[in-house]
Design a protein around this ligand. Sequence first.
Ligand code: SF4
Length: 407
Amino acid sequence: MSFVETVPTASAQPASDGRIDLIGLSREELGALLASLGEKPFRTKQLWHWLYHRGVTDIGAMTTLSKPFRDKLAQSCFVGRPRVAEEATSGDGTRKWLMRFADGNEVESVYIPEDDRGSVCLSSQVGCTMTCKFCHTGTQMLVRNLTAGEIVGQFMAARDSYGEWPSPTDDTRLLSNIVVMGMGEPLYNYDAVVKALTIAMDPEGIAMSRRRITLSTSGVVPMIRRLGHELDVNLAVSLHAVTDELRDRIMPVNKKYPLAELMRACREYPPASNARRITFAYMMLKGVNDGEADARALVALVKGIPCKFNLIPFNPWPGSAFACSEPRTIARFAEILNEAGYSAPVREARGQDILAACGQLRSASMRERLSRHKARVAAGIEDDHPHPRRQPGTLPFPIPEGASRDQ
Ligand code: SF4
């Protein structure tokens, strides 16, 4: 059985009253839905415009649609968004949301402003199956895949937060880029991720250029190939080791898809040109992968691949087996990559004042639920809240303070 087959399939869920969420339907599905309501095909374009260009969530406010059509649509459909359970904005402009879905599951999404762009980091799964040893999310089992609507919905909720509707042109938009590198392995939720990004790229809606979208993977080789052929977005690969021996230990996906296969897939990835390079993320782990010999081996490993590096200082979490490399070690590592002709910026810590290290908002929310549950149990009150019924990976023990996740 492949890894891909082990993950539950994500499909759009109707609301408890049976109404269908319009967000996450492809144009074809939307057209079929409208046909089933007796509407003409041109309505699809009109509705798409309201949903994805104007960002309107109230069907009644879609004024170019006839009143009878709006009424009929509102009876059977709604415009969904993840609920923003928490929002925090850092002094450095980073904004983070804890997004809650209809079933109570939560993920984090982050807006990271930079000089020349503003990236929204989206999650693709609740939990993760990959068990990367340096990642706090890797200690939590997969709960479920997100649907296409829940993935593109994170971006739309972020846009709501900034009031960035109707969709501006690429040149003026604040939320200018999408990076799929939040919780989860996006290539293990391939269909929903591709569908969500296809919706985001549609020129009559959000109109996000494919060159402004980056998908990050731990190295699911067959799906990298498929992604290159089917979607052609920028690729980021979490590398973190230069030998199979080490990568097997810290990223179990490597046992299935070892470095030679991963590098071959990267070499063959269609957008890999000087204009559209692959980014290799490399976590700096003290005494593990940060030696000068590692840096030189890294240069040799990626030979022939137009690429750049993103060096990530490890953000320790209680219980993690690693420490962050010394600043001077990181600087020397970067220098060796630079001397070989590669760009290798060191990722800045962002949003430290708002618990913006990945995983922290969700962990805090889970801790709060657990203590609420304990208080009710201690008081002898029967707990009817759904969350204390333990979900895989969510409540086996209290989540430690400062828990974080990085990729
Ligand atoms: S680094 Fe990414 S793929 Fe690995 S466990 Fe964490 S979320 Fe999953």
